[in-house]
Design a protein around this ligand. Structure first.
Ligand code: RIB
Length: 290
């Protein structure tokens, strides 16, 4: 089967700082590096490195050939990435010494994907394929609706979190990824606990405490523990987790096994500086000792 990802593609400008900047503060970075990023691109690379066939649906600007080429080098099918007149998205990522980050996003081409492009891409999908989206592109609700109509398994990673954006896709999705704070915000906005959202599977990432899976229909909960690592840079770890979970499900793994493998991938990822370019492959994930 295949994973279809309506996803963002960014140039990540990553600055290592002594601490995250305060309002009005000027701060010199110790290091600077540029990576391929975007929550969408990170998920595509993670799922491809985990062995899935991943078709990315997205857009880059006139200067974005490098990003499309790099995704292709990482094994992602890039036929449905358009090159348009709007500049490629970028992110300014500040990372402190404890690995925490702060991100400024310029969406650019990520929010200029056309309905035609989306329709053409998804017309090549087969029932049972997975479709994933995050909140960094346009057309999320349209894609979710199309995906459901085509018999795809529709997944949504609610990041960057916006309660309205999640509510727009909720009726059409089978799998929802959020962190603990986002789960609380969504519950506040909808008045519904995760098991009552009408979504078959909800995964809540809990940072150093691991991750929780809630099976909507039965309300059954299972928890996967995090692994003991010292974080250097947490940027992209959640995206890596999501990509690996989807790749596991794509290979028919039971949810707990897919989440356990994804937890190992995310644990390795937080020990590395950078985003898509440093996402571990399946062999590294399987061989890692924690
Ligand atoms: O989740 C990390 C990602 O968020 C970065 O790669 C950045 O581009 C932003 O989209």
């Amino acid at each position: 089967m295949a994973i279809w990802n309506l996803g963002s593609i960014n140039a990540d400008m990553v600055y290592s700082l002594p601490h995250l900047p305060q309002a009005g503060e000027t701060l010199a970075a110790g290091e600077f590096a540029q990576f391929l990023g975007g929550k969408g691109a990170n998920m595509s690379v993670a799922a491809a490195r985990a062995g899935s066939h991943v078709c990315h649906i997205g857009a880059v600007g006139p200067e974005g050939t490098w990003a499309r080429d790099r995704l292709m080098e990482y094994g992602v099918d890039t036929r449905h990435i358009a090159q348009i007149d709007t500049p490629t998205g970028h992110a300014i990522v500040a990372v402190d010494q404890g690995g925490e980050n702060q991100i400024i996003l310029f969406p650019g081409a990520n929010r200029a994907i056309t309905q035609d492009q989306l329709g053409q891409a998804l017309s090549a999908a087969s029932a049972g394929d997975i479709l994933v989206m995050q909140n960094e592109t346009n057309l999320q609700a349209e894609a979710a609706r199309m995906g459901r109509d085509l018999g795809l398994q529709v997944a949504y990673a609610a990041a960057p979190f916006d309660a309205k954006a999640v509510q727009a896709v909720l009726p059409h999705i089978d799998l929802l990824f959020m962190n603990e704070v986002e789960a609380g915000q969504l519950q506040e906005a909808t008045g519904l606990a995760p098991e009552a959202l009408g979504v078959a599977d909800v995964i809540i990432t809990l940072g150093a405490k691991g991750a929780r899976h809630i099976h909507g229909p039965s309300g059954e909960v299972q928890e996967i523990s995090a692994l003991p690592v010292t974080p250097l840079d947490t940027t992209g770890a959640g995206d890596t987790f999501t990509g690996y979970v989807l790749a596991g499900l794509d290979r028919n793994m039971p949810m707990a096994q897919a989440m356990a493998q994804a937890t190992r991938a995310a644990a390795l990822m937080v020990t590395r500086h950078g985003t898509a370019d440093v996402i571990p492959d399946l062999k590294e994930v399987q061989d890692a000792r924690f």
